[in-house]
Write a protein that binds this ligand. Structure first.
Ligand code: ADP
Ligand code: ASP
Ligand code: MG
Length: 876
């Protein structure tokens, strides 16, 4: 039964502009969706203007037709194009409407005539305009036939192109701009004609006062979005909706980065920056018409209208500062201009830029040095062709030495306040360190940071950089008010990647609340999680011996659990060694690996069963007698460090650990003098490493050193196995690590392979429970106080470490507040988490700080003489 027709609309009913892209108008099911969506908006009481693109692929086909010199081939092309439309009509069970018939006829005529009469560019514009003219005619017929009375509108009668200074003919005709100041007369005129309209994207007409007035012009490839915005601004619409084949703007092109996250809310400036730096989902010019009238823009998926989409509107400052997206533009041309002593030459820059103006080319990025200026030309703005660039280069050569570098790609990080995020980007910057970077530019609006690199590296680099941004906490995917699900989660095969960590505490809430009711602050450790991690590492077939690096957590229950799992223990002080000796069976292997320890520490350790490790010449130079006849382990520095923070990197000249490889011969001579035998070689580059290849490289390097030494029986490749902490961050791939280790082991099978993980075994197993004490507002910031801070957990203050924070009392309430979670210690650095999206909290709420099992309690201090957190162990 057809629903009753809605009440007629008042003359001043609000407007909604709905733009449907090429894939959204190419099939019958999509048109059925369009019908439902449009009818829905009408029923809500809005007048609807539908803007359509050409059917997907048709603009490309028309462009190809234009490039064809042979009239016969052009006519053939029009027949293929017509066929696409006939097929869709057939699916719609519609006869050819006259409106479409006329268009097809006109197109055939244009193709037959060729450009002679109108001029090449004007003819191209007319031909390409037919894509949208045809799709809109077809759409009008379908919608009206399906019971939704729809008026067909010629967009050229509403959108008038403006002539801009320095615009060349090509840009004027093929990439034009439109005057879109609010025009109440247009709204009034249309309101007199009907309630639902359909019109074309991509096309407009030259204004009456211009030379060649009345010619059809185009708005640039992808410009239908911009048509919708022009209409939105002219009509001062309630909103503009862009319906496409993805649910919105993502943090990266989702076809390239499946882990890209949906951006739920953006302000005009950020969205503009993402669009103009490569995100094809919005035409770069489509936001500026909406800014002044403050018309919001919504991006939605035509095929999945139930998904939330992206809302773009005036600025809202309620989010954590974050990189919002990483985008890439290919096909960038760089022009490098060299002139000796140019800064002394008054007017040099004016001269070179005059040439760009002359050739109608707009400059995008600029980098300068004493004798060189390098600029980039963006193809979307410039409609580049090789002739234009060659002509420019010829003219520039008169004033400087010119080099054209292409094809390049520009990779851009976008986010408001980019400069305040720089400290989080060291890992990302390090990636660029390995590439040829032609230009780096930071936009003066502080919204973007761009790197121009060779084009071929982009496809593999982008997913990697996206991951690094999440891992570094630069892309704050934890802020659920801003970052929606990943593309993979929304559209993937249904198999979601494993969550960052299977949090044991999710299932233990009542118990944890009870423990917190007894006392806070409290550390709670979950032994089954320790065992599970231990067993995972025991599956590494190539590893002969695993030692737990006890500095991560020395709780006796954890030591016992790991001894039961067959682990040895790595200790860095007599205190640790004593704790282990007092707790674990005397069959457990022990390592003593101190750094800058006093003589007495070694003297005592040598009385135990621990293997003692040295990492400097000094002990043998000065206390050689102590080690006479002993077997020792030598820790070397492989010259580089790795890890999640500068302070946890333990290799390279900047770190105090390890014997530099160039001192190896001197060490071996000393060992010889004292009858010391080097039985083991050890290296540890840092902590929080998630790259499985790393340990293979370490083994191979140590093994090749071991070949030189002769007496080595085992190689200890250290620990540092990372545990991801940010939502969406990938876990270390243990199966891949297994493959890597098996491979290197096969190359050097005569050494035993040892490892010494710490954090990996215990981080996820521990949480810190604390209670809300007070709250405070300070300008835009909200502070949430809890009853312990850096005295119990110093990692956030020391390493900027990220720990997930959960309000255990209000687990089911919506996370609407943005808090700075702070402790009671008299230090500004006493912050446990910045910009955390959490439910509105109240005094006494129990907060859980996750991943606190490693380097939590062991690094706590009596600072401010606050009570230390107690420790509780759960065995099930
Ligand atoms: P339409 O034909 O509907 O105008 P487009 O192909 O122009 O659609 O734009 C949608 C496409 O934009 C998506 O399918 C996706 O491949 C691409 N895209 C590039 N970057 C992004 C991004 N950051 N977010 C969403 N989509 C993006
Ligand atoms: N049909 C035009 C193009 O393919 C405009 C658009 O779809 O936005 O570029
Ligand atoms: Mg598009």
């Amino acid at each position: 039964m057809t629903p009753p027709a809605p009440e007629p609309l008042a003359a001043d009913a609000p407007w909604i502009v709905m733009k449907f892209g090429g894939t959204s108008v190419a099939t019958l099911p999509r048109w059925q969706n369009i019908r439902e969506l449009v009818a829905g908006r009408r029923t809500e009481g809005a007048r609807v203007l539908v803007v359509v693109s050409a059917l997907t692929g048709i603009t490309d086909a028309l462009k190809q037709l234009c490039a064809e010199v042979d009239a016969g081939k052009r006519s053939e092309a029009t027949r293929t194009i017509a066929q696409r439309h006939y097929e869709l009509l057939e699916h719609m069970q519609l006869a050819l409407p006259d409106t479409l018939g006329t268009r097809l006829h006109d197109l055939a005529q244009l193709a037959a005539d060729g450009p002679a009469a109108t001029g090449e560019l004007a003819w191209q514009a007319q031909v390409q305009a037919h894509g949208e003219l045809m799709s809109s005619a077809l759409g009008a017929a379908f919608l009206s036939h399906s019971g939704l009375a729809t008026e067909w509108l010629d967009a050229r009668d509403c959108l008038t192109a403006v002539a801009l200074p320095n615009q060349n003919e090509r840009t004027r005709l093929l990439s034009s701009m439109v005057d879109s100041r609010h025009d109440p007369r247009l709204a009034a005129r249309l309101a007199g004609l009907g309630e639902v309209f359909i019109t074309q994207g991509f096309i407009a007409r030259e204004g009456a006062s211009e030379k060649g007035a009345g010619r059809t012009v185009l708005l640039g490839r992808g410009g239908s979005d911009t048509s919708a915005s022009y209409f939105g601004a002219l009509l001062k619409a309630q909103r503009v909706e862009i319906w496409t084949d993805v649910a919105g703007m993502f943090t990266a092109n989702p076809r390239q980065v499946p882990g890209a996250r949906l951006l739920q809310k953006l302000d005009y400036e950020e969205a503009q920056e993402i669009a103009s730096t490569g995100a094809k989902v919005l035409h770069p010019r489509c936001l500026s018409p909406l800014r002044e009238p403050r018309v919001p823009l919504l991006i939605k998926d035509t095929n999945r209208p139930e998904l939330d989409g992206t809302v773009i509107g005036p600025e809202v400052r309620e989010h954590a500062p974050s990189v919002k997206a990483i985008s890439a533009r290919k096909n960038i041309t760089l022009v490098s201009m060299e002139s000796v002593g140019m800064w002394q030459q008054v007017g040099f820059l004016a001269d070179v830029f005059a040439q760009f103006k002359q050739h109608g080319l707009s400059v995008d990025l600029i980098g300068s040095a004493e004798t060189n200026v390098t600029v980039s030309l963006d193809p979307t703005e410039n409609l580049l062709d090789s002739d234009a660039i060659a002509a420019l280069a010829t003219d520039l050569a008169k004033v400087c030495r010119v080099k054209v570098i292409a094809p390049c790609a520009a990779i851009t990080l976008v986010g408001r306040g980019m400069r305040s995020l720089l400290h989080t980007l060291s890992g990302v910057l390090a990636e660029f360190g390995q590439l040829r970077v032609h230009l780096i530019s930071q936009s003066s609006n502080n919204l973007n940071l761009t790197f121009v690199v060779d084009e071929e590296v982009v496809d593999t680099l982008l997913p990697h950089l996206h991951e690094l941004l999440i891992a570094a906490g630069a892309l704050r995917t934890d802020d659920s008010a801003l970052f929606g699900p990943s593309w993979q989660a929304l559209y993937g095969s249904g198999e979601l990647p494993a969550p960052a960590a299977a949090w044991w505490h999710a299932g233990q809430r009542p118990r944890l609340l009870q423990l917190a009711a007894e006392a806070t602050p409290r550390y709670v450790y979950h032994l089954p999680t320790v065992r599970q991690q231990a067993r995972e590492l025991k599956s590494l077939a190539a590893v002969d011996r695993l030692h737990y690096a006890v500095k991560a957590n020395t709780h006796p229950a954890i030591l016992r659990a790991l001894a039961q799992e067959g682990f040895g223990f790595e200790c860095v002080s007599p205190g640790e060694l004593k704790a282990v000796l007092a707790t674990v069976p005397d069959t457990a292997p022990l390592l003593f690996t101190p750094n800058f320890a006093p003589r007495d520490d070694y003297a005592w350790a040598l009385t135990t069963r621990a293997s003692v490790s040295l990492d400097a010449l000094y002990p043998l130079e000065h206390w050689g007698e102590l080690f006479r006849g002993r077997e020792i382990v030598l820790r070397v520095d492989l010259g580089r460090g790795l890890g999640h923070h500068e302070k946890v990197r333990t290799g390279g000249a900047g770190s105090k650990f390890g014997l530099p490889v160039e001192q190896l011969d001197a060490f071996l001579r000393l060992a010889d003098v004292h009858g010391v035998s080097v039985r083991g070689l050890h290296a540890h580059l840092g902590s929080g490493i998630l790259d499985d290849a790393h340990w293979g490289e370490v083994y191979a390097q140590l093994a090749s050193l071991a070949e030189r030494i002769g007496s080595v029986a085992f190689i200890d490749i250290g620990g540092g196995l990372g545990v991801p902490s940010h939502p969406g961050e990938a876990r270390l791939d243990i199966a891949a690590l297994d493959r890597v280790l098996r491979e290197v082991k096969a190359a050097y099978p005569h050494y035993q392979l040892w490892m010494e993980p710490g954090r990996y075994l215990v981080a996820d197993a521990g949480v810190l429970l604390t209670r809300v004490t007070q709250q405070k507002g300070k300008s835009a910031l909200r502070y949430l106080g809890v009853d312990t801070g850096m005295n119990s957990l110093i990692r956030p203050a020391l390493y900027d470490a990220w720990h997930e924070i959960v309000n255990l009392t209000r687990l089911d309430e919506p996370a609407t507040a943005l808090y700075q979670v702070v402790g009671p210690i008299c230090e500004s650095g006493d912050v446990l988490g910045t910009d955390r999206r959490l439910p509105e909290a109240q005094e006494g709420d129990v907060m859980l700080i996750a991943q606190a099992g490693a380097y939590g309690k062991v690094m706590s201090s009596p600072y401010n003489l606050r009570d230390e957190a107690e420790e509780v162990v759960l065995d099930d």
